[in-house]
Design a protein around this ligand. Structure first.
Ligand SMILES: [Zn+2]
Length: 195
């Protein structure tokens, strides 16, 4: 488990000898205007677009009689109080977060506008999760999301951290003097000097 600050510090991330990490974090902001899903062709996997008539018929410029495949895809900022980080949520990550597929979200809840963020997604803002993050070049991709095991103890820990550890005990100067006095036997000094 890394903090987001550690994740984005290249050196720290490279020490782990991996490109996949887990971070305790929450969604701070969603770039709603960039859309929250995309649709691709069942035959060639390219992006497809709805017909101009406003219906939900999707056409591929290369293939006929396709069935559209709906996938979550959204950009967001996640945060963990060390550093906010721009991430991309892939379909797997959003399915794990929302526990529903993109097609279900669209057909069951009637969300068909890519620029209209569903309430179910918006409600995830601020909820602490374990984000499984894959580093791809300079891009951070959330490929999976799981729930923290015990949420309430982590807030206890934060409170304890705020209270701080007790200050270190100042050494008693009298004790030190006494100790030094006892250690300073002439014989010992001579021995040290000769060796
Ligand atoms: Zn196609």
């Amino acid at each position: 488990m890394l903090t987001l600050l550690e994740l984005t510090s290249a050196q720290r991330a490279q020490e782990q000898n991996s490109t996949r990490f887990r971070c305790h974090a929450w969604i701070g902001k969603i770039y709603e205007k960039r859309g929250w899903f995309y649709v691709h062709c069942s035959k060639c996997n390219k992006k497809v677009y709805p017909e101009q008539d406003g219906s939900l018929n999707y056409v591929c410029k290369d293939d006929d009689d396709i069935s559209p495949k709906f996938k979550f895809f959204l950009n967001a900022i996640i945060n963990d109080s060390t550093k906010p980080v721009d991430v991309t949520f892939f379909d797997e990550g959003m399915v794990a977060l929302l526990k529903t597929t993109c097609a279900e979200m669209m057909t069951n809840n009637g969300y068909t506008d890519p620029k209209m963020l569903p309430k179910e997604i918006h409600d995830m803002i601020g909820k602490p999760k374990i984000m499984h993050i894959s580093v791809r070049g300079k891009q951070y991709v959330v490929t999976n999301v799981s729930d923290p095991l015990v949420v309430h103890t982590s807030t206890d820990n934060i409170q304890q951290q705020h209270m701080g550890a007790p200050p270190p005990k100042t050494p008693n100067p009298k004790l030190n003097q006494q100790k030094r006095h006892l250690d300073e036997s002439p014989g010992k000094h001579n021995k040290l000097n000769t060796t």
